[in-house]
Design a protein around this ligand. Sequence first.
Ligand code: MN
Length: 509
Amino acid sequence: MDKVIIFDTTMRDGEQSPGATMNADDKLEIGAQLERLGVDVIEAGFPANSQYEIDAVARVAQEVRSPIICALARAVPGDIDAAWEALKQAARARIHVFLSTSDIHMMHMLHKNKEEIMNMAVNGVKRAKSHCDDVEFSPMDATRTDPQYLYELLEATIQAGATTVNIPDTVGYATPEEFEKLIRSVFENVPSIHKAVVSVHCHNDLGLAVANSLAAVRAGARQVEGCINGLGERAGNASLEEVIMVLKTRADYFGVDTNIDTRQLIRTSRLVSDITGLVVQPNKSIVGANAFRHESGIHQDGILKERTTYEIMDPKDVGLTGTTVYLGKTSGRAGFRSKIKELGYELGDDEFTKVYNSFKDLANKKKVVTDRDLEALVADEMRVVDEAYKLEQIQVVCGEPGVPTASVRLRTPDDTIISAAAIGDGPVDAVYKAISQLLSIPNVLEEFSVKSITESTEALGEVTIRIRSGDQTYTGRGTSTDIIVASAKAYINAINRLVSVKKREAVSQ
Ligand code: MN
């Protein structure tokens, strides 16, 4: 079957969602998961933004080796060179050059005429081509660009060396029929079009991003760009998990295939949600908590008799196993190791021992340990590896009436123990105040969210917080059966990220 290339831009367009800032560690974690998911191309960032962004994209390029790693650049030499600087260590690199081409953008934003824009596009592609073979060109705001001009631009950029040409519906204005027609007309009017892959990049302002992307596939587009959980600028990009599952579920209709391991979808969605702090709505297609839940009696009855009566997809196909690990406190390392492998983790001996020990702790507190719990444990332990400050002890007193009081003991990077106590409006506030006293690193708590990882009162709680220091935000996460402990861990995790970024900035200055 014909393959559709899946191009993930969660770390570039997705990062443009308000509040979804990712640091280099986040990008590495998401990149590794996207590799497991099997996406073909990862757009890891916009290196012209800052030296920090160059370094973050470079780390993804160095460590995520199977997919093509792509970086975005405006059609100006500085951007293109910054993209290459970030990508040069990638196993396979792609530079993505973009330029506005609609009258409205050219007139109001670029103050250039069509000929000047054409030259910039061609020169941009040529410069990218001087760095690497794989070059993508995007005429921004293509759906509001004069079609004749669009064909000429695509022809010129393909002749200049573009191997993928992307048609973005930047403002989310198109409808499926129109967009399908536009893509067909591109095939009919651009003589060299068969030398390049035709890609689409749709936005969801009118809720049509997925529908438009699929209409384009019908018309012959063979790359779809989008984000996990439909993140992205404004109302977001096409939701990749939806595009992928439509192509799989309705292969009879579309007749195309992808390289995706769909069983990784749920985990990828959760990771992106955890890292960005942007929660997935329960009724979201494919990855929402209710997407495979049946409430009405008639539906439940049908499902019990024959799953396909009310289910068009098998929950297992998106990674919703619901399986529990029947490992208790007495179970051995070997069984645990094979379970961890089965979940797709490669852990070094030290990491494995840490995860195994925290699993034993958890098994003492909680009767049933699920796959989801294990994912959280692994994520929690991986976060601790290089941490500067460590939580040694925490104690909280609260109740009604009474004044919430917390005492906290931390181990510093140079191995001394420091401790402090504080009172607050509530137990979490008291914990934060005690930690702030100890660290005296100025920061503002911007966001705090807690959720339970599985159902029941003994579930693991996961806390995500976001702190701001200067103009940078840092996300921290922590997991525990005790949400106060999870909160403290999350705060220290965020502080450690702040400290490591500050250290890196000090080195590079
Ligand atoms: Mn976009």
